[in-house]
Design a protein around this ligand. Structure first.
Ligand SMILES: NC(=O)c1ccc[n+]([C@@H]2O[C@H](COP(=O)([O-])OP(=O)(O)OC[C@H]3O[C@@H](n4cnc5c(N)ncnc54)[C@H](OP(=O)(O)O)[C@@H]3O)[C@@H](O)[C@H]2O)c1
Length: 227
């Protein structure tokens, strides 16, 4: 039986790269996109199952969990995220911009993980939240994109709460993952890393993490990051 991964937010960028990398290593990939009409590269991957989902839509998350019931996930990879328009800061962002940023980057990922938890293999499953070094309270400030960083810090905080709720006997492993600075629509053309290098590294880290238990904040090379 191949291993199974559910990747949330796989239309482009790192999510698409992760889908390609897992599939190339023989995994069964279930990938979500907001608009299945714009998922040609994903559809070209052999044996992929594509599901429509906007991570902000709690009813849609419930419906997806129902459609996937009976499937055992080895890995749940919550990748979807946004950087917000322009240079969002606490001084200038509107109510709506703040709400959107924190909903998509911090609230919705953890809400989805809670809803999908019964599908994840309880003895060796890995849940990955796509975080960012900018979300580190110790080293993130000064890197720019302060409100985006704050939303990822909030994600890390909520993830720690989520992990505490799993209990000490849980066999699950949870990773808060920094992919590196990667050339995607979000990362921009100046980023030093290509998608393939980042995704190959992240998949390697996820495979190593299975059965280790606990919660770690690491990058695509396995380097431990400060909270
Ligand atoms: N690139 C970097 O250097 C970098 C560094 C640190 C962390 N990250 C994190 O890595 C993740 C992926 O980033 P990326 O660079 O690949 O960005 P990207 O190229 O902008 O892709 C973002 C992905 O998230 C999806 N998404 C956004 N909002 C969504 C929603 N409400 N529901 C479902 N899917 C949604 C997008 O889908 P659509 O196509 O439908 O918009 C797209 O697939 C993000 O969480 C980001 O914060 C990236």
């Amino acid at each position: 039986m191949p291993n199974t991964v559910l990747i949330v937010g796989a239309s482009r960028g790192l999510g698409l790269g992760l889908a390609k990398q897992f599939a190339s290593e023989g995994w069964q990939v279930i990938a979500t996109v907001r608009d299945p009409q714009r998922a040609d590269e994903l559809k070209a991957i052999a044996n992929i199952r594509i599901e429509a989902l906007d991570i902000d839509d709690a009813t849609g998350v419930d419906a997806l969990a129902e459609r996937l019931s009976g499937i055992a996930l080895d890995v749940l990879y919550v990748n979807a995220g946004i950087s917000g328009s322009g240079t969002l800061s606490a001084d200038t962002a509107t109510h709506e911009e703040v709400g959107q940023l924190f909903t998509t980057n911090a609230i919705a990922p953890v809400r989805l993980a809670k809803r999908m938890l019964p599908l994840v293999d309880p003895s060796s499953g890995v849940i990955v939240f796509m975080s960012s070094i900018m979300g580190s309270v110790e080293t993130g400030p000064g890197m720019g994109m302060s409100l985006y960083g704050a939303s990822k810090a909030a994600l890390n905080h909520l993830t720690r709460n989520f992990v505490a709720g799993l209990g000490e006997d849980s066999g699950l492993t949870v990773l808060s993952m920094h992919p590196g600075w990667v050339r995607t629509d979000m990362g921009g053309a100046e980023a030093p890393l290509d998608i393939e290098t980042s995704c190959r590294g992240m998949v390697e880290q996820v495979k190593r993490a299975a059965r280790q238990g606990g919660h770690r904040f690491i990058d695509y090379q396995g380097k431990k990051l400060p909270w």
